[in-house]
Design a protein around this ligand. Sequence first.
Ligand SMILES: Cc1cc2nc3c(=O)[nH]c(=O)nc-3n(C[C@H](O)[C@H](O)[C@H](O)COP(=O)(O)OP(=O)(O)OC[C@H]3O[C@@H](n4cnc5c(N)ncnc54)[C@H](O)[C@@H]3O)c2cc1C
Length: 303
Amino acid sequence: MFRYLQILVCFFLAHGCSWGASRPAAVIGTTVASACVVGLFAWKLMHPVIRSSKAPLIPVIPVVPPAPVKMIYPLGDGIGSVELLEVAGNDLGIANAARVSLGKMSPVLSDADSKLIAYLIKNSHGTPFEHNMLKFRIKAPIFVTRQWMRHRVGVSYNEISARYAQLPSEMFIPKVWRKQAKSNRQASGEKFDSPSFTDLSDKTCKEAYATYEALIAGGVAREQARIVLPVSMYTEFYFTCNIRSLMHFLNLRLDANAQPEIQEYAKALLALAEPFFPATFKAFRDNKSLPVVVEKLSTTERK
Ligand SMILES: Cc1cc2nc3c(=O)[nH]c(=O)nc-3n(C[C@H](O)[C@H](O)[C@H](O)COP(=O)(O)OP(=O)(O)OC[C@H]3O[C@@H](n4cnc5c(N)ncnc54)[C@H](O)[C@@H]3O)c2cc1C
């Protein structure tokens, strides 16, 4: 009501000011002030959100505090990393995207909104989870990245080009080895230490890198010299997704059937994203149909 009084005062002021001015100025002033008043009343009458929720004219969407951890080193070698660069959106945006079907909007996240989010996840209503964005910078071995980039929908990638840049001498060398699984022909099983396998792998990778450097030093183009490099080489890329595509990624890559190295990256993505969308990830974890119950990452997994 106060707002309308303010507008009316403006109207009379504009009218009064223009009265003392020349005749065309008076007409323009009166027309502009009248248009403002009529426009505001029309908006108030027509706008279903304002009518239904008694929300302030411009709803205030609270900013979620930034996650305490922004970078995780999933493979524990201090090279492979997952860094959260940017986040747009929050749980409230997801609930409101769903509520738009009813022409409604909440100004703050309520218990009802959290329940709505849980309902959406349980019943596979995915689209309200698409109106947000998480941008990550990833450093991962090429064999992990190949699996990662099979995810195509709702995601964007940009990767370092080994045609433009000489790759640094960074490779993932396991300290713990796994035996071939007996039941699953794709998977690995029992873990074992083998310093000699670690040394042999390290030596082989370093020799390959030395050949790469020699080829470049000898004038071979980077795009051709790289063919001698192993899939353990680290590559770097941007990965931008929405919460729907992230949950799909996590469903597949947190699963016990996924390769353990990409599982570690999936855990890191979850740990970084979760503080920004707590209601969504609570529902994600609670959903019994999902194979995902991952404990919160401990600080030992961070550098
Ligand atoms: C444990 C495991 C083992 C795997 N083993 C192999 C393997 O041996 N060989 C291999 O090649 N790949 C393998 N993959 C990769 C797998 O086949 C998928 O490419 C990868 O998991 C990405 O999944 P996606 O296609 O669902 O994701 P996205 O590409 O992100 O697609 C998301 C969803 O969009 C829909 N969609 C996307 N594209 C289409 C389309 N063209 N038509 C219709 N619907 C579409 C589907 O519903 C899909 O689930 C494996 C994956 C896992 C997790």
